[in-house]
Design a protein around this ligand. Sequence first.
Ligand code: CMC
Length: 425
Amino acid sequence: MADKKARLTIDGLDEAIELPVYSGTEGPDVVDVRPLTGNGRFTYDPGFVSTAACESKITYIDGGAGVLLHGGYPIEQLAEHSDYLEVCYLLLNGELPTPEQKEEFVGTIKRHTMVHEQMSDFFHGFRRDAHPMAIMVAVVGALSAFYHDSLDIDDAYHREVCAYRLVAKMPTIAAMCYKYSIGQPFQYPRNDLNYAENFLHMMFGNPCEDYKPSPVLAKAMDKIFLLHADHEQNASTSTVRLAGSSGANPFACIASGIAALWGPAHGGANEAVLTMLEEIGDESKIEEFVARAKDPNDSFRLMGFGHRVYRNFDPRAKVMKQTCDEVLAELGIEDEPLLKIAKRLEQIALEDEYFVQRKLYPNVDFYSGIILKAIGIPTTMFTVIFALSRTIGWISHWNEFHSSPNKIGRPRQLYTGPSKRDYPA
Ligand code: CMC
């Protein structure tokens, strides 16, 4: 595989170390640093800024060019011509399905949408005001205790069944988190609806009246799922891979991904965007908040701006912005005060020297938060919806990890604590 080599000279070593260099199908070459260990050296890369931790065929991102490909297909094309479940198939299998394969896949997912009836007992152990992410991380972890017939991680069929179950049950669990928080009965899934419609039904339906999801809102919901489906080795996906590397239960691994996603620097950003817009409250206060974001002595950041990988624009944000406009037009709420603040912030960020210089563009979560609010989804559910959408990415990476020879993940460290010393006698 290594057609090139790098030579590294290090002070204190007599000879240069020869390191293999690998080329992928896209992206920069990677230098295999494993020979360093035999020479008594480690690499140091906090935040994994320049470390490729694995080989993967699922998703490719070129942050500089604003490119995101799943199985080679650009995200803009998938958003226009495909749908969430088709993208799930693509991420799991590496190829788009034929019409027959798609029908079978969709049918399989529909047959797994219910959760074990006893799972509802877990919800009742939580306070009604618990954050839905707190409930979700626990309930998804608890799936480990329910589905014992598909836990052989070395069996490809078992791994597949796990993936189906997760993709199918996440909307049910997410909606249950919401229903519990507002004291309404859980809604059973409806298999006559498509994936996004069924989610909206479980969120907004109740036993007293039929809920008819608007096609525009269902399409927007599907797009939110699709645009969040996978994003290669981000913090939560890397967490799932690392947890999975020990051979842990797959549902527990996904729960670890949900935990990693929760933070405001990652999936929690969509919730943080709305909280920030509400805190700003009025267009007259925008300048003050922008000044705070620019102040190096203030830890405040404009939520929904910037990305570790995208240094040009976030291609998902472009599609999301268009969906956002469609949803607001459908609902007739284009001049809502929070939206005015959002639009003004977007304009400032695109023009202000500070943001332009640091390439801090609105990211996917800037617009998804606005859409979700317009659909009527409470802010605390935003990250839950991100988790639902990203589950396919997590399980696809977990599956890829277990499909080839692998090693437990075990980073090293630069130790800067006290040297060995004796316990005071
Ligand atoms: N507002 C103000 N300044 C910012 C922001 C922001 N949102 N993001 C980065 N900066 C500044 C930062 O202070 C630094 O300035 P300087 O060079 O003067 O010290 C510079 O830009 C580079 O920032 P960084 O922290 O080195 O960048 P990073 O790659 O480590 O962080 C990030 C990426 C997404 C965590 C960060 O941009 C951020 O906190 N954004 C807000 C939270 C957010 O929207 N997160 C969602 C990401 S998209 C969804 C997902 O993939 O999970």
